[in-house]
Design a protein around this ligand. Structure first.
Ligand code: FA5
Ligand code: MG
Length: 387
């Protein structure tokens, strides 16, 4: 038990976000309108994207470099906005329908019924437009309640790009304003992909976002598979109209920094970005894009199963959060391995938890201790019967 404590990072009780001091008690509260755990509060002060020697900071700077060298009319850059935003900013302002799943307590971290941890950097679009910005990049940490595996983590980073055009821009081209913006957007992002990766196979996939139309995703061919790296599109006219830009068109994109960095640096597990182990951090330095990460010796995983009868209120995200709350980054993966309903209509789930440290080998004692804590919390929090 002592050993476990030693590896836990201390949690500061006050963090500074966008120049404002925020106390733990403002973010984590025992209250039905709040679902932020301590493990998430501890991420708020990390600011990985603002570290020049961290893969995410190196990537951010390389993207800045592309925009600076490509556009004579400079994009303004922001990377220090507080991730604490209102429901209005995160959802209403970008036209997310009132019944959209992303608004649920199961998908998003709420501080209270009107305040949340942004789930995308698009939360800042409307305010920036209102303030008169027309070309900008906003980088920041974003938060999703989610499953546990090598490419999903409840905290990650996005960069938003936004460009407003006026009639002079598209009139000269002789093409329809929306087509003009969509063409400029694709050219910009294809150029960015080449700047970062050199020659790569990429493809555009049509998709849907409430705030853009048409909407696209860019996929990059990596390790024999297509990887989605960003979403983008031509901004819905309603957003421009509401924010004083009725006579303009615009495009926007939101890219996932971890996804791109995993490809660029060959980083196999998304948890590594949060590692303070010197064997990780010492491999990256300012301005050095595309240095391939050399894995330090991989320690063996340890698998533990847990089965219980679920009830109506049980969700997998809630279960994953219990696991993360107990094991932190020692939880590598949670998989549903068995799911059946008996004659009485009761449903049983069996989850297999993979525990592994990227930094050291775990003792049996330590893992058993974690598993018992998970069992205990599952029973108490979800009121379910362990089998
Ligand atoms: C969005 O968040 C939109 N706001 C993007 C956007 C902006 C579209 C502006 C149009 C205009 P999405 O949820 O798909 O979309 O996330 C965007 C990118 O973030 C993804 O392509 C992916 O690269 C990354 N991403 C999303 N979820 C995760 C996750 N759980 N872990 C790591 N990266 C993620
Ligand atoms: Mg997507």
């Amino acid at each position: 038990k002592l050993r476990l404590k030693k590896w836990r990072q201390p949690v500061a009780s006050v963090v500074e976000l966008g120049g404002v001091k925020v106390g733990r008690e403002d973010v984590v509260r025992d209250d039905p309108t709040n679902n932020v755990p301590d493990s998430i509060f501890s991420k708020l002060s990390m600011q990985l994207h603002r570290r020049d020697h961290h893969p995410l900071g190196i990537l951010k700077n390389a993207i800045y470099e592309y925009f600076d060298s490509t556009y004579s009319n400079k994009f303004e850059k922001f990377d220090d906005l507080s991730p604490i935003v209102s429901v209005k900013e995160n959802f209403d302002d970008v036209l997310v329908p009132s019944d959209h799943v992303s608004r649920s307590y199961n998908d998003t971290y709420y501080l209270d019924s009107q305040t949340l941890l942004r789930c995308h950097t698009s939360a800042h679009q409307a305010e920036f437009l209102r303030k008169g910005h027309t070309q900008f990049l906003v980088t920041g940490d974003v938060y999703h309640r989610d499953s546990i595996d090598s490419t999903h983590y409840p905290a990650f980073h996005q960069m938003e790009g936004f460009r407003v055009f006026s009639e002079d821009d598209w009139a000269a081209s002789g093409i329809d304003a929306t087509y003009f913006a969509a063409g400029d957007l694709k050219k910009c992002l294809e150029g960015l992909a080449r700047h970062l990766f050199g020659a790569v196979d990429m493809r555009w996939v049509d998709t849907y976002f409430p705030f853009t139309n048409p909407s696209f995703e860019l996929e990059i061919y990596f390790k024999e598979d297509w990887l989605e790296v960003l979403g983008c599109g031509v901004t819905e006219q309603e957003i421009l109209k509401r924010n004083g830009k009725s006579n303009n068109v615009a495009w926007a994109f939101g890219l996932g920094l971890e996804r791109l960095a995993m490809v660029l640096f060959d980083i196999p597990d998304i948890r590594l970005f949060w590692s303070t182990d010197e064997r990780f951090t010492s491999q990256f330095s300012k301005g050095q894009l595309g240095v391939k990460f050399k894995a330090f010796s991989k320690y063996p995983p340890c698998y533990k199963d847990i089965s219980f009868w679920i009830n109506e209120s049980f969700t997998e995200n809630n279960f994953c959060e219990v696991v993360r709350g107990v094991a932190g980054d020692l939880a590598e993966e949670v998989q549903l391995i068995d799911n059946f309903t008996n004659k009485k209509g009761m449903t049983s789930h069996c989850y297999r938890i993979a525990y592994r440290s990227m930094e050291r080998s775990l003792t049996d004692e330590e893992i058993n201790d974690l598993q018992w804590k998970v069992r205990d919390q599952v029973e108490n929090k979800f009121n379910v019967v362990i089998r």
